[in-house]
Design a protein around this ligand. Structure first.
Ligand SMILES: NC(=O)C1=CN([C@@H]2O[C@H](COP(=O)(O)OP(=O)(O)OC[C@H]3O[C@@H](n4cnc5c(N)ncnc54)[C@H](OP(=O)(O)O)[C@@H]3O)[C@@H](O)[C@H]2O)C=CC1
Ligand SMILES: N[C@@H](CC=O)C(=O)O
Length: 404
């Protein structure tokens, strides 16, 4: 029999309201008892007595057995979630930065207190990827997990590529639609995709990697030259996080823009949609597609976690708890396109091999092979120089289109 859930909800913004709308339409064995928010003066769509600004009205209420955390403050979210888990309450969260940053501590807390933390909504909105990695692929050898994990960046790339809208207007639209983070640098800089990659990798490969160890370069420096380059070669530019098993012992993780070919599933993933490609040893290639941002799509994933809690569902972190775990490494060579101004940057990056160099007026690019570690070392210089970097597919052995 399912347990009645008495919920304390933290956050009534885009996702919190999305969840509330969905719950309202259903007759589920659950009740939202209290909603904690930050700004008491804001106009709300519900009677004021359901709201509180005191977290302890939820955390210290013995009647509340489930906390749903949907706030936009990482440190406050960790405080709320860890307190709830330690006091015997199960938790659902969509805060990917918080989960990725504190994943090892959150796993420990669940084990110590026998409580459950579910976070499907934190990775790729409505796409049920975490539970699939955790359960369905439990016994599969995964060669790679990659895709489009950030709705805002993808929305912007679709707008600038398909509709020739300017970047700033496209970003403003992504913010107005509720897709972007409070600080949109997290989206366009590839941080948000990286947090999601950290979480996915924990369930796919059992590795818990600190976000700061992983390269993230986003779409913030994309220019009309880069877009034109892609168009001429019938490619699209997508922001792609990659988790790839290199051999029986090593896994690499990185987030970079990518030139995607027409034959890839990601080519047709546009606007706020996300896509996840899983390359497995036996199941072969599988593709998950769905809305990656927005109140209702994310609310639906949060509700699915809440429903799973009614039956006592917990992540077992089976791969992470295995004795022989995989190592995370940045020692991998990538096929890279670099658009740049500063010749010194090219020297610093120390290409292992150069396929092509192009100069025309103020447009200069180079394609070649680079070690990921070199990109990490010079990441800040790449960004400060307004240079743009993208990789080409190596997962299937296809090299840069320009290399042919
Ligand atoms: N937007 C999206 O598409 C998605 C967002 N997420 C994640 O979900 C979380 C929420 O995002 P979103 O709904 O967009 O954010 P919003 O900015 O729309 O809403 C944030 C909410 O959190 C509340 N809040 C902030 N700090 C506190 C606090 N200390 N205690 C209680 N309430 C607090 C705010 O209160 P007040 O209303 O008073 O300001 C607000 O209601 C974030 O972690 C985000 O990364 C995940 C997937 C998709
Ligand atoms: N800002 C995020 C929201 C969902 O996770 C995104 O754009 O994907």
């Amino acid at each position: 029999m399912s347990t009645k859930l008495n919920i304390g909800l933290f956050g009534f913004g885009v996702v919190g309201q999305g969840l509330y709308d969905i719950i309202r339409t259903k007759n589920l064995n659950l009740e939202i008892k209290k909603i904690a928010i930050k700004h008491p003066g804001k106009l709300r769509s519900l009677p004021s007595d359901i709201f509180t600004t005191d977290k302890n009205e939820i955390l210290n209420n013995p009647e509340i057995n489930t906390v749903v955390e949907l706030i936009n403050d990482t440190e406050a979210a960790f405080d709320i979630v860890s307190t709830a888990l330690a006091s015997g309450k199960n938790v659902v969260s969509a805060s990917k930065k918080m989960v990725a940053t504190y994943l090892d501590q959150l796993i420990d807390l669940q084990q110590q207190h026998g409580t459950s933390l579910l976070y499907e909504g934190s990775v790729c909105g409505s796409i049920p990827i975490i539970r699939n990695l955790e359960e369905y692929y439990d016994n599969e050898l995964l060669h790679s997990v990659s895709g489009i994990f950030n709705g805002s960046s993808n929305y912007i790339l679709s707008k600038v590529y398909l509709e020739s809208l300017d970047y700033d207007t496209a970003l403003k639209q992504a913010q107005d639609l509720g897709f972007a983070e409070t600080d949109p640098t997290l989206d366009v800089g590839g941080f948000d995709a990286k947090y999601k990659l950290v979480i996915a990798a924990a369930h796919a490969y059992g590795i818990v990697v600190k976000p700061e160890e992983i390269l993230n370069i986003g779409i913030q420096n994309v220019s009309t030259h880069d877009l034109q380059h892609a168009r001429e070669k019938k490619l699209k530019i997508k922001l792609v996080p990659v988790a790839k098993e290199l051999d029986a012992e090593n896994v690499t993780l990185f987030v970079l823009p990518k030139f995607v070919t027409e034959s890839e599933f990601l080519y047709n993933v546009e606007y706020e949609y996300n896509g996840v490609t899983v390359q497995a040893a036996f199941a072969d290639q599988q593709f998950f597609f769905g809305k990656g941002a927005g109140g209702h799509p994310t609310g639906s994933a949060v509700l699915s976690d809440i429903a799973a809690l009614r039956y006592g569902y917990q992540y077992e972190y089976k791969k992470a708890l295995q004795k022989k775990s995989l190592n995370f490494t940045n020692n991998v060579t990538l096929n890279i396109y670099l658009r740049y101004h500063d010749e010194q940057l090219v020297e610093l990056l120390n290409f292992e091999h150069i396929y092509e160099r192009f100069y025309s007026g103020d447009y200069k690019f180079i394609t070649g092979k680079i070690n990921l570690q070199n990109l990490i070392t010079h990441q800040q210089r790449i960004l400060d120089n307004k240079a743009f970097i993208a990789f080409a597919d190596q997962l299937t052995g296809v090299s840069l289109a320009t290399a042919e």
